[in-house]
Design a protein around this ligand. Structure first.
Ligand code: ATP
Length: 312
């Protein structure tokens, strides 16, 4: 039986005219594809999403496709998703995962994301143990660069944790997962949800009398730094109540073998009062980071450029 005639959108017609390659055209139009992307293997799962590896059918650029079933998104998940899209659309930094485009179908939403194929910081530390002092510096400097950029354009991440610090194959850091992010102007004390992961939560998130702004990310940077250089978390407890107490009392101990300048940085960040916590620029100028020719001497940036569509 002959294939039914293909019905092409204007963009597809343009592609057909440009590439004149029957096989590619068929894959583009009737293969397992999303827009111009051919879907390949599974990368992982989130609460509401699946993430798959995909290739641009013509340029072969790799992307990560975050796939969301509309049916499974409740009102809260929809709100978080629209925040994620809105934040990511305005972010363009070498250490932040780029959102290239959003493809919509009646049943699904596909976020086409820059692919970070080198795994995440959490798995890396769980599998290989703490990072060396020099790798910690390079990694921390890149996350800091991303946070400085976000805060400068009034975006707070609010879910900074090792699981959301991804690496490219060449080791460049890419901060991901902006589902809890917000604009500074939108953030207030009455949060609609507990943001982020409890072990990374700043003390003010457990109080209701405090401004919940950029220092929430700064605190999470302190937890992240502690985790990188020691391989353990600063605040651990068997119950949520005990964890909350530990965090609110700011009770943690930096192991004595952590280099002095790094200890001072951790202690400057992990302060219960947000107003006493280091600001980003104080972190950038700290003794521990200064030997790093900040930001790119050791790891060249990989500027994110969206996959090019034919003719663009
Ligand atoms: P939750 O929805 O509970 O917050 P999550 O943040 O892990 O979970 P996703 O952001 O959907 O959910 O990510 C699912 C998996 O895909 C994770 O393992 C994550 O590391 C991986 N992943 C997400 N984005 C990318 C990307 N751009 N490149 C490579 N891997 C990615």
């Amino acid at each position: 039986e002959a294939d039914p005639p293909l019905r092409l959108t204007p963009l597809q017609k343009l592609t057909v005219d440009m590439c004149k390659d029957e096989k590619t055209i068929k894959e583009l139009i009737i293969g397992r594809r999303v827009g111009f992307y051919k879907v390949r293997g599974e990368i992982g799962y989130g609460t509401f999403s699946r993430v798959k590896l995909a290739f641009h059918a013509l340029t072969r650029d790799k992307v990560a496709l975050k796939i969301l079933d509309r049916m499974r998104l409740d009102a809260q998940a929809q709100r978080l998703l629209s925040r994620e899209i809105s934040s990511m659309e305005s972010l363009q930094h070498p250490n932040v995962v780029r959102l290239y485009e959003v493809v919509e179908t009646p049943s699904r939403l596909y976020l086409v994301l820059e692919y970070a194929g080198g795994g995440d910081l959490h798995n890396r530390i769980c599998n290989e143990g703490k990072l060396s002092d020099s790798i910690s510096k390079i990694t921390f400097a890149q996350v800091l660069s991303a946070i400085k950029y976000m805060h400068n354009i009034n975006i707070i991440h609010r879910d900074l944790k090792a699981e959301n610090v991804l690496f490219t194959i060449s080791g460049c850091v890419k901060v991901a997962d902006f589902g809890f992010s917000t604009r500074v102007s939108n953030c207030n004390n009455a949060l609609d949800t507990f943001c982020g992961s409890p072990p990374y939560a700043a003390p003010e998130l457990f109080r209701d009398d405090c401004y919940l702004g950029p220092p929430v990310d700064i605190w999470a940077m302190g937890v992240l730094l502690f985790f990188m250089v020691t391989g353990t978390m600063p605040f651990r407890a068997e119950t949520m109540g005990k964890l909350r107490r530990c965090i609110m009392e700011c009770s943690y101990t930096v192991p004595p073998w952590v280099p002095g300048p790094c200890q001072r940085l951790i202690k400057g960040i992990l302060k219960a009062a947000p107003s006493e916590r280091y600001a980003v620029d104080q972190m950038l100028g700290c003794d521990w980071l200064l030997p790093v020719e900040f930001p790119w001497a050791l790891v060249p940036p990989e500027p994110a450029s969206p996959p090019q569509s034919p003719g663009s």
